[in-house]
Design a protein around this ligand. Structure first.
Ligand code: 6GU
Length: 248
């Protein structure tokens, strides 16, 4: 079954872009997912095919027209009724690995890419559209954010990642940053690979990796650490390990 992605954009030439290469590109060739870029301008109704207008109340830039956006959304929804519609905007809810997992397990996605100052707010009252941000910085348009979201989803589709289990230990899947990695040579630049990784003791290695992941998360991402610790306290399986943590 193909996971269908549709992107509504003023720059359809930006797609598939990097997603036509590597893992995602191969998966697309195999029919695991599909990508259709739809030109927003095709839904303009006036003779100048305008998609934007000046902001009400004044100010810089231009705003995408709600009527044009609605026509594009309705047209795509007619062919992809089960795919959620997401608008890429720095005003949106921050994208998380949990949401990515849900989207990848669903019926595909329809992504709306903004340019200029943004969308006429009335589109969000008139249509079922989820506003999504990929971080606290401003991009020149939603297209690169759409590529990010699609990359994160596509790699989770069945058969896309080389080893099916390699996703389970990685950063953010368990609410922690992933442990650090090493490979040969055993000594490089006078620096040796941590001895435990050469011990062959798999239980000891697993314990070391968990400890490193926890230490790095606490240091680098106190926000994630806070959530991880409070989730552990609440879950019965984590209660024992939580006591150990309090002693340290
Ligand atoms: Cl989703 N879109 C745009 N235009 N800028 C962003 C963003 C999205 N997320 C962070 N900055």
């Amino acid at each position: 079954m193909t996971w269908p992605a549709t992107v509504i954009t003023l720059y359809p030439e930006m797609f598939p872009g990097p997603l036509g290469l590597s893992l995602a590109g191969r998966a697309m060739g195999e029919g695991v997912w599909s990508l259709e870029a739809v030109q927003l301008r095709d839904f303009a109704t006036d003779k100048h095919r305008s998609v934007d207008d000046t902001p009400a109340g004044g100010g810089p830039g231009m705003v995408l027209r709600a009527d044009v956006l609605a026509a594009a959304i309705d047209a795509v929804r007619a062919t992809r009724p089960d795919a959620p519609v997401l608008a890429m905007t720095p005003r949106g809810r921050p994208l998380t690995q949990a949401r990515v997992r849900e989207l990848a397990a669903g019926a595909g996605v329809t992504l709306l890419c903004g340019r200029f100052e943004g969308f006429d707010e009335r589109i969000f009252a008139a249509r079922d559209v989820e506003e999504v941000s990929i971080g606290d910085y401003v991009l020149s348009g939603g297209e690169t954010a759409a590529l990010v979201l699609l990359d994160a989803c596509v790699r989770l589709l069945p058969g896309v990642m080389g080893a099916p289990s390699s996703g389970e230990q990685e950063s953010h899947e368990a609410g922690l940053l992933e442990h650090p990695h090493y490979t040969r040579p055993a000594v490089w630049d006078g620096r040796a690979i941590p001895e435990v990784l050469r011990s062959g003791d798999h239980a000891k290695i697993a314990a070391w990796r968990t400890a490193e992941a926890e230490a790095d998360t606490r240091l680098r991402r106190p926000d994630l650490w806070e959530r991880y610790v409070s989730a552990r306290v609440k879950s019965p399986s984590g209660a024992r390990r939580e006591n150990k943590d309090e002693e340290a």
